[in-house]
Design a protein. Sequence first.
Length: 201
Amino acid sequence: MDVWFTVVVPASGVLAINTQAGTMTDGILAVYTAPSCAGPFTEVGCDELLGNGLMVFEYVSGLTPGTTAYIRMGGYVGTFGAIDNGTFDICIAAGHVWTGVISSDYSNSQNWFNVDETPTAGEHIVMSPNFLNPLVVDAGYECNNLYLANGSSSIMSINDNIDFTVHGDMIGFAGAAPANWSFGDGNLVMGGSAPQQIVTA
């Protein structure tokens, strides 16, 4: 049986959805838009293998801010017809998603999923568990919240004598454990003006 979630689309029009296995270990997910929960539904994204293990990491862009997106999650039907049902964790973040599709260069906007610009100090960064090139921080960049998906602990390296400043919180979403994060020889600076958290969502 599938489970449905709703989320209000943020100002960026981008959603990053990460899942983590519980008793379910092989998931499949689809994202839809619709004028209401009665439909009709238009599929705008789906995934079955981009997450950690056989779970889901999906990102969609170009959504209308303030509207409702509908997320459908279920267990994958295996070779012998058995559906992988059970518990799982899900977390949804809004922000710039690192893919590293061109290189490891933070300043190349094409390395960020469908945004066409690099993140600024007031914006969130989402590090996906799947990427072509790891992110190398070679200048003093900044962000608001930093989201790390499970499996993304080695995705980001801060060069020696370089500061990367997080003004918001560091959030391991859908089961990512802060104790497993490593950022190279540089400095990860928690530079917020209010109390900050390093948490698992």
